[in-house]
Design a protein around this ligand. Structure first.
Ligand code: NAI
Length: 301
């Protein structure tokens, strides 16, 4: 079996000072990638900063014979994102892979959510992905190569009590990857989404220890690494992974119903047909969806 390698590839992993990001960074480095280990080193809810977390992972990579440099910028400012990518270019000359993984939590039931909790979550997860990916994407277009991962969550795919801010932010990343798939296609830039489940400081108090034991981040990183490999030609897809399970999630649309004489009552009377997911389809872009669905309507009217 041929081994998947990342020799001569430069990877940036945000939030790589612990949890999933650390595992992604260690795995890529063990397969030859030169890695920028970014981590702000703050608390679980996004306060504070420290260089310790990123430094520790860089030391681990080096001790195992790999190459890595640390970066301590917050992903939540554009200048931070630019500097993270600059760190890769200064140290290793380019950037081939970006794994936007940094994340925090500020969970509260929706009625108790404060504006600052909404804004901070969006700043780190959504703007933080943009801040790092855009400067890298520009370089990837020039070099005709790139692999990008954004990190969603099952909360972003399906919702979760107490996580209105987080789940909304995580869903936003699906749109980002779908559009990067389209805008990157001509330049051999692939963008995919990972929805992980893993034991980390974000989940240590939401699952029992026996379950956490089975959810080591190392079960997720091979999926991420494959999606970052040169041989991976998949783009715009969502993968779910945890505890040894790997799957694909997708946004699909029902065949629907054509209602030429549409009215509130026609919608009511056809709601089962509209909602029936038998034969539901995936679309690769917004234009295809609109053309196909409207074509079926025009064919009838
Ligand atoms: P973690 O807390 O161990 O890792 C997140 C890292 O991001 C931390 O080391 C933190 O210091 C860093 N970070 C936070 N804000 C930052 C910023 N502004 N700039 C740079 N670094 C920053 O948590 P975990 O679980 O490894 O999370 C990684 C990603 O996976 C997050 O995006 C999280 O939302 C996502 N995720 C995790 C799940 C899980 O089961 N652990 C489930 C679904 C999604």
């Amino acid at each position: 079996m041929s081994e998947v390698r990342f020799d001569d590839r430069v990877a940036v992993v945000t939030g790589a000072g612990g949890g999933l990001g650390r595992a992604h960074a260690l795995l890529l480095a063990s397969r030859g990638a030169k890695v920028v280990v970014n981590d702000l080193g703050g608390s679980r809810d996004g306060d504070g900063a420290s260089s310790n977390m990123a430094d520790k992972v860089v030391d681990e990579i080096k001790a195992a014979g790999g190459e890595a440099v640390a970066n301590y910028d917050g992903v939540d400012t554009y200048a931070g994102g630019e500097n993270i990518i600059k760190t890769a270019v200064d140290a290793f000359g380019k950037v081939d892979i970006v794994i936007a993984n940094a994340g925090i939590l500020r969970d509260r039931a929706f009625h108790n959510l404060e504006e600052a909790d909404w804004d901070k979550i969006f700043a780190v997860h959504v703007k933080g992905s943009f801040n790092v990916i855009q400067p890298a994407f520009r370089l990837m277009r020039q070099q005709n190569y790139g692999r990008i991962i954004v990190t969603t969550s099952n909360a972003g795919l399906y919702g979760n009590f107490g996580q209105a801010n987080y789940s909304s932010a995580k869903t936003a990343l699906l749109g980002l990857a779908s559009t990067l798939e389209l805008e990157g296609a001509k330049y051999n830039i692939k963008a995919n989404v990972i929805a992980p489940v893993a034991a980390s400081r974000l989940t240590e108090d939401v699952m029992p220890p026996a379950v956490l034991e089975k959810l080591r981040p190392e079960f997720v990183s091979p999926v991420v690494a494959y999606l970052c490999s040169e041989e991976c030609q998949i783009s715009g897809n969502i993968f779910t992974a945890g505890g040894g399970y790997v799957g694909r999630a997708a946004i699909v649309e029902s065949k629907g119903a054509v209602l030429p004489d549409i009215s509130i009552e026609a919608v009511r009377d056809n709601i089962d047909k509209i909602s029936d997911m038998t034969g539901a389809e995936e679309f690769t872009n917004a234009f295809d969806e609109v053309s196909k669905r409207l074509a079926s309507a025009t064919a009838v009217s």
